[in-house]
Design a protein around this ligand. Structure first.
Ligand code: ARG
Length: 463
């Protein structure tokens, strides 16, 4: 017989390579708080249900408290021989309290144990991410309020399209982050069921109370099917897909920061706190944090893909492949935390170059649509005809290398004789954004009102 916890029927020692491929303690040790919490809930239930004596339950509780203190203090020796966090804790419990330790694993298996621990971990991670994302929204909405009237070019195809305001642009991200938070909230609501007591795969013959452990661990209810309880990881997949979408949003913003901080754009500047220098080119100020947020989206999206691929061919119920659910998820969620913090930091740090943005907003005939709209409104032209007339006017201005507002009334009347001087009211960038008063539009008054509404909601105490 070997000395392994599961070694009863085994004669020979494990091959070194099996140990190497099988071991998970190096990464699953971070589940220790959840593992101990779940064991404490389990032993309390075993005691209530008369499955373990009060005396043994008390010993187990004391032992687990001591292990918790040892790990927290950094005094616990994790052993690779003991494979994973579950067996490391159980083996230490046996050292501390003797044979009573063996009763903790009654009516439980590592399969429902790890499923429980991981749900608890993911739930905590979602709660941390939600708080961070709320903070990012506050940073964005605060900046949006400051820059509600800062005119900047709005782009399609990264070509100057129509003037918007910087505040409006920032509020677009507040909306995206709000949906990201909704996705994490949905994932949390669905994952909040307790698999504990599903045992290896079939449930147990012991008279356990799964509702009791579910309640003690803050779950809404126990999971309803023992096979499903131990064999699915959709709660991780769902969380990672929310993480991947969120990372994509952050990456797009990061890309804009990279663009905006170039000499060519110069829309915003980051302080020394968020830029690095080059070892050879003294003039450089590199936006490394933004580039890394953009880059780290790769590993976050990769974490989702890797786990989808791990899961897709697995027959029910548990297979050891599922141990591969953790590293990618830990890495993706750690990376996302870092990315959110970096983006929030850069948002607070960035200063807008208002003069430069205004100048760029007027370039590229960005108010051409305003001219066409005016022709429809003031002269009653069909939009298609107005579009055509405007195109000819843009052609003239472009030939002369001047802006639309630099043309004379006579120039405009040469194209459309009914043109009046009132048209000049819509050709400037300020007038253009001020006119975008439709719900959700870029007008500064809209932007201020929306930014204020967001801040009020975000800064209100949670219900
Ligand atoms: N370390 C394992 C994992 O993360 C725990 C479950 C092991 N179960 C088993 N039947 N070998 O998946």
């Amino acid at each position: 017989m070997t000395s392994k916890i599961w070694g009863g029927r085994f004669q020979d020692a494990t091959a070194a390579v099996l140990e190497a491929i099988n071991v998970s303690i190096d990464f699953d040790k971070r589940l220790w708080p959840q593992d101990i919490a779940a064991s404490l809930a389990h032993v309390a239930m075993l005691e209530h249900c008369g499955i373990v004596s009060d005396a043994d339950a008390a010993k187990i509780r004391d032992g687990l408290s001591q292990i918790k203190a040892e790990i927290a203090a950094g005094d616990f020796v994790f052993s690779r021989k003991l494979e994973d966090i579950h067996m490391n804790v159980e083996s230490r419990l046996a050292e501390l309290i003797g044979p009573a330790a063996g009763r903790l694993h009654t009516a439980r298996s590592r399969n429902d144990q790890v499923a429980t621990d991981f749900r608890l971990y993911i739930r905590d991670a979602i709660d941390r991410l939600d708080a961070q994302l709320a903070d990012l929204q506050i940073a964005l909405a605060t900046k949006a309020l400051e820059e509600a009237a800062t005119v900047m070019p709005g782009f399609t195809h990264l070509q100057s399209a129509q003037p918007v305001t910087f505040g409006h642009h920032l509020l677009a991200y507040v909306e995206m982050i709000s949906r990201d938070r909704g996705r994490f909230r949905d994932a949390r609501a669905r994952l909040n069921e307790s698999p504990l007591g599903a045992a290896a795969l079939a449930g147990t013959s012991f008279p356990i109370d799964r509702g009791d452990t579910a309640k003690a661990l803050g779950f809404d209810r126990p999971t309803a099917n023992s096979l499903d309880s131990v064999s699915d990881r959709d709660f991780v997949l769902e969380t990672l897909s929310a993480a991947a979408i969120c990372a994509t949003h952050l990456s797009r913003f990061a890309e804009e920061i990279v663009l905006w901080t170039t000499v060519q754009f110069s829309f915003v500047a980051l302080s020394d706190k968020f830029t690095t220098g080059s070892s050879i080119m003294p003039q450089k100020r590199n936006p490394d944090a933004a580039e890394l947020v953009r880059g780290k989206s790769g590993r976050i999206i990769g974490g989702l893909q890797a786990l989808l691929i791990v899961m897709k061919g697995l027959p029910l119920a548990y297979s050891k492949d599922m141990q591969e659910d953790k590293e990618g998820a830990f890495d993706a969620l750690d990376s996302l935390e870092l990315c959110i913090a970096a983006i929030a930091g850069m948002t607070r740090d960035m200063s807008a170059n208002r003069a430069r943005m205004r100048e760029a907003a007027g370039a590229g005939y960005a108010t051409a649509t305003d001219l066409a709209d005016w022709l429809v409104r003031a002269l009653g032209l069909p939009f298609r005809e107005a579009h055509h007339v405007t195109g000819r006017i843009v052609g003239i201005a472009s030939e002369r290398g001047v802006g639309l507002e630099d043309l004379s009334l006579a120039d405009l009347q040469a194209v459309e004789p009914r043109m009046t001087a009132q048209v000049f009211d819509v050709l400037g960038v300020d007038k253009s954004v001020e006119s975008r008063v439709s719900y959700g539009g870029a007008a500064p008054a809209n932007v201020s009102a929306q930014a204020e509404a967001w801040l009020k909601k975000l800064e209100a105490p949670a219900p």
